[in-house]
Design a protein around this ligand. Sequence first.
Ligand code: SAJ
Length: 435
Amino acid sequence: MALVDKIKNKQATCAVIGLGYVGLPLAVEFAKAGFRVVGIDLDERKIKAINAGKSYIGDVQTPEVAALVKAGLLRATTDYAVLAQADTINICVPTPLRKTKDPDISYIVDASEQIAKYLRKEQLIILESTTYPGTTEEVMLPLFSEKGRRVGKDFYLAFSPERVDPSNPLFHTRNIPKVVGGVTPRCTQAAAALYGRVMDTVVPVSSARVAETVKLLENTFRSVNIGLVNEIALMCDKMNINVWEVIDAAATKPFGFMPFYPGPGLGGHCIPIDPLYLSWKARAFGFEARFIELAAHVNGRMPEHVVAKVADALNTHKRSINGAKVFVLGAAYKKDVADARESPALEIIEMFRQKGAKVAYHDPFIPDIRFADGLMRSTAMTAKNLAACDCAVIVTNHSSFDGSLIVKHAPLIVDTRNALKNYTAAAYRKKIISL
Ligand code: SAJ
């Protein structure tokens, strides 16, 4: 295949559509491997930053971008016309949910329609955005097959799930095994050839559908297990058993167990969303994915449980939640990330406010949060501010949080992340309420 030869000798020009936390690292890895790469994004700021040799993604170093741009291996544009010169095209655009909790693949369709405008012989298109099984073949393929073009002969089409884990210190784009499935075997071969020149490990599978489903299984596995451990936490709370101690002891089992931890709810732009793409598609086949729906229900109830715990804790101090000063510590969806998308903290803050509490929050990664009635800014976590509240609630356990400061000054603490597990002295235990 002429395209595979071009890839093998790195003469291919690679286009990456969508330059976010998946697309930019991918574009940089392709360029580092020696390919000429053109990134495409609608956001002018991203384009300007890249062409000025600057990174806006934590896991991508600016000097690296600068060197690749200087070497002529990396450039960015908002103009899709460059696709006419591309030999390979990777799509890394968002796949959110609509308000109705149905999949929103409009970004994939928009990108595909642009690709179809410039499609020419021997081009390879690879979708990386997480989506329901069948998207590549049922939605994208028809757009490219017009004018008698034949997939696997005139052009190649594949799916390869993104597995980027932002700020993961060990696993980066290049050393995470890359699953890839083509619409035809020759499509798989072409896509595997491309990744084989960039990634340490390539895992070819028999079809695009299999590759789409691999990603959804990975993240549904997490959502369902988090839902299970949250339900166990609710049970242990009723039975006055320390669920954290139970999990730590269970985790000593050297096989057949993987610890997950209860928390204030499920945040991020992957885990709360991806499983619902799978259950939505299953419903189209008349199949009710009950585990997925139940996990979403249990995880969705955790913010309410946290607010109830705080109300009970205040009650033991003869305070009602209405009028109480509540200090939420941590707003990001998980520790040490600067991302509050779908964070349970947002729902918890809203619930406190609806109940008449005076809420402040502190998060070193999230300087402000926009609510319907305006902007809320992060409040410094000082001894004074901790002492001034009626209850502090640890919602995200950032590594930078000073447990001794919190325990010393806050009069009452609800700890939803077991962040204060080392403060076991009787005096402390009286004022620290665990999830
Ligand atoms: N969470 C719990 N208990 C747990 C684990 C997570 O409550 O035991 C919560 C987190 O606080 C967060 C949400 O679930 O609110 C999601 O956490 P996550 O650890 O799954 O982190 P994400 O959303 O960044 O997931 C990403 C995913 N990566 C990709 O989709 C490429 C996921 O597949 C990774 O396994 C995960 O990172 C990871 O392991 O860090």
